[in-house]
Design a protein around this ligand. Sequence first.
Ligand code: FES
Length: 282
Amino acid sequence: MWDYTDKVLDHFRNPRNVGVIKDADGTGQVGSLACGDALKLTFKLDAKKQRIVEAKFQTFGCASAIASSSVLTELIKGMTLEEAARVTNRDIAERLGGLPEQKMHCSVMGREALEAAIANFRSGKTDKKLLEGKVICTCFGVTEEEIERVTRENTLTTVEQVTNYCKAGGGCGNCKKDIEIIIERVRKEREAAALNQAKPKKLTTLQKIKLIQETMDREIRPMLQRDGGDVELIDIVDNRVIISFRGMCAQCQVAEVTMKDVVEAKLREFVEAGLVVEEEKQ
Ligand code: FES
């Protein structure tokens, strides 16, 4: 018997918001019955298409999959899409008072379904989350990007932990060497970031430009590209970073929110706290 918290048991025994919204604005479907877990998440936005007013789920899985999905629907109600896009699997697990480590993949599945539903609203593309990037674990169809992400977001250090969070490595085991390489890469990144933070130093103009471009390529552009958008660095004038949105982002009604909450927030986190991001004037 797993050591579940009272909150997990409550959401499992009394799941909230079960079902499918018929005229949903966004639908995300992830997992597969063959892998033992599947989740369909639907949400409805308000009249201005800004905030989530309703969310429902259908899931096939264990108690923690049901509890994670149920709490997720409560968590995102009232959020803007930008706020919902920043929800991590840790937020879901924390809202449940924690999950057994072997069950963390249920919280990851919730976050993936939410991302797929947001992408479905923004791009109108298929509600199935398509595999993007190089598949590392063919047994469970887990990509390099996904392994890197759960490792980074949850500070994972072993293959066993990665398996608990996204199932990669939990089948034939042929992918374990590749998973180790990814863990090592993320560990080095983490150490470099910690070193940078420990020794704050004034960046030269050239260093600042390089770091801004690197941060955009590593932290920001992949996030926007997942929804069919993109962003380009146009110029840097003192602390002002001038950008131009591309693809879906260029037509997005909430591009200004993305600019502040995603682009500016990431650049402040990874480059300098005083940076201000502005869109190029046409
Ligand atoms: S390829 Fe990853 S467990 Fe088989």
